[in-house]
Design a protein. Structure first.
Length: 148
């Protein structure tokens, strides 16, 4: 399974977020900007974290925000947000977070393969630091393995 679609519209560099909810909203706004989700999807991602805890913080400094497929998801998509100031999500080992990925999946059967494709990128221990250090959308797309 290839990476979910990621375009320049889905990349936000150096976002300001006062807390994890604001950070997830930035990712949700980016997904809406790409046409992958409605603006309401951000609130669904936040609700999932409130309900299930900070399970989305999958590596030190990295959160993969997502919610179940539903009417808020218009098409598969991915957003990458780097934060100017890291924010805690409440994870005991992987806080604070500086990179928030937003994932929108139309169908449940593509959800897990999408997560696996994303995880492959982060098998490279330098990927998170590279994203944090990226100063352009093109750099982010390159790190994520997307042709800009």
């Amino acid at each position: 399974m290839p990476l979910p679609p990621l375009t320049a519209k889905g990349v936000v560099i150096g976002a300001e977020a006062k807390d994890w909810r604001a950070a997830v909203r930035v990712a949700g706004e980016a997904l809406a900007e790409t046409g992958s989700a409605t603006p309401r999807y951000a609130e669904e991602m936040i609700r999932m974290i409130e309900e299930h805890g900070p399970y989305v913080v999958i590596a030190p400094g990295l959160a993969l925000a997502h919610a179940r497929p539903g009417p808020e998801v218009l098409k598969d998509g991915l957003a990458v947000v780097t934060l100017r100031t890291p924010v805690p999500f409440g994870h005991p080992h992987n806080d604070p977070v500086t990179v928030v990925l937003g994932l929108a999946a139309v169908r449940a059967d593509t959800h897990l393969p999408s997560i696996a494709a994303i995880a492959n990128i982060f098998n490279d221990p330098g990927a998170i630091a590279a994203l944090v250090g990226a100063s352009s959308v093109e750099q982010v797309l390159d790190i994520m393995g997307v042709d800009g």
